[in-house]
Ligand binder design. Structure first.
Ligand SMILES: [Ca+2]
Length: 403
């Protein structure tokens, strides 16, 4: 990417980086060409596909937000495994509301031997309020059923009742991924609840890190008095989490309100700096200042309030004109040519993908990928075949081959 091209994008109104942080523009290596992308439909006619997880032989588990968990076998047949009535294992407590339902899916690192996988779903097994849960399942050898349901995390904050800022089921987070450390990372949302992100006793507005039984992982460095499952806090509604292929560092991408989509490299025990509760004397509808200011006088509530939290984790990439940044994955392998080890992030409202180059100090810059059709891309997963798979809100899962 030439600096001239970056400039032209900015001139087109696409502001790539904030001037509020010490971010640097970088230029991708000129001696390595970018890949050409060949896109085909992998699965179509789905209902809000939300996430995918692949076995080593390219069997694909996938979720549909209002239906449940299914699997696409290598011969192309699809089996409905877990969720609504008629699925192989019905979940009577499962429901779909707002942005919630059957969200993330992840395979256990030892899936090949233990057949274990996990989903993030809304459940009415808890009442007043209902909750989001992470549920563990075991898949049969022939992929025709799942069994042995165990709810390993049962108390993830859920927006039980709509308010002036949105419907019930809003801001649930919902991505789950195993890190290279073997622990499960879970992204949660702030539920339009002002106190949640900075409240260390509740699980909304956090990144959680647990083992396969839902027990807090060692090394979370949760501040004293906090729930030990909390890895980082002070987040809004994170839907993207991925791990640097070389350093293993954890990166998240999260929506801003009407400003400041952020990509952030996480530090254990760190504060993301989002605090939408009203300061003393400030009145915000439903005690949530996420779309206005939480201060007596000031600008919009910042996504990272360094004035209030000087030690907060600074984002390494900010999209000032927020467009719903979320799903994210690093691209690994030489087939990606000059994009190897870049961070791919979906920006849903503008229906774009950003390719970000991450520097040694976690600074980043990037450009808009323009060779794929416009669509709201809800999940980005690089599969064991080295190709990229993209779930779209319009009901497809694409296969994208770099050439
Ligand atoms: Ca932040």
């Amino acid at each position: 990417m030439k600096r001239k091209s970056v400039l032209s994008l900015v001139l087109c109104g696409l502001i790539l980086v904030s001037t509020g942080y010490a971010l640097q523009s970088r230029v991708l290596p000129a001696d390595s060409p970018p890949p050409t992308l060949v896109r085909t439909d992998f699965v179509t006619e789905l209902n809000n596909p939300w996430d995918m997880a692949f076995t080593s032989d390219m069997t694909m588990f996938f979720t549909e937000r209002c239906r449940g968990l299914s699997v696409r076998k290598t011969d192309g047949t699809i089996v409905e495994l877990f969720g609504m009535t008629g699925y192989a294992l019905e979940a009577p407590d499962f429901f779909c509301e707002g942005q919630s339902g059957m969200n993330g899916v992840a395979l256990d690192p030892a899936f090949a031997t233990n057949r274990t996988l996990y989903v993030y779903m809304s459940s009415n097994l808890s009442v007043n309020p209902r909750t989001n849960r992470v549920v563990r399942l075991v898949a049969s050898e022939d992929f025709t059923s799942v069994s042995d349901r165990v709810d390993i995390v049962t108390d993830i904050s859920y927006k039980d009742v709509g308010n002036s800022w949105g419907n019930a089921g809003s801001h649930s987070g919902g991505r789950i991924r195993f890190g290279p450390d073997g622990f499960l990372y879970i992204t949660t949302g702030d539920n339009h609840n002002g106190i949640l992100p900075q409240d260390l006793t509740q699980l909304g507005g956090k990144i959680l890190r647990v083992d396969g039984n839902g027990v807090a992982a060692p090394g979370n460095n949760t501040p004293a008095g906090g729930d030990p499952r909390i890895y980082t806090y002070g987040h809004r509604n994170t839907q993207g989490i991925t791990f640097h292929p070389v350093t293993g560092r954890v990166f998240i991408a999260e929506h801003g309100p009407d400003h400041s989509d952020e990509v952030t490299a996480l530090t254990p025990g760190g504060n993301g700096g989002w605090d939408p509760k009203p300061d003393h004397g400030v009145i915000c509808s439903d005690e949530y200042c996420g779309y206005i200011s939480n201060k007596i006088s000031g600008f919009l509530t910042p996504m990272t309030d360094l004035q209030k939290f000087p030690d907060a984790m600074k984002p390494m990439f900010v999209l000032v004109d927020a467009q719903g940044m979320g799903p994210a994955t690093f691209l690994t392998g030489s087939q990606w040519k000059s994009w190897e080890n870049t961070l791919l992030v979906s920006v849903m409202a503008s229906m774009q993908l950003y390719v970000l180059q991450v520097g040694a100090k976690d600074e980043a810059s990037g450009f808009v990928l323009s060779s794929l059709p416009l669509d709201r891309m809800r999940s980005l997963v690089q599969a064991p075949d080295g190709n990229l798979y993209i779930a779209t809100d319009t009901g497809s899962i694409w296969k994208v081959v770099p050439q």
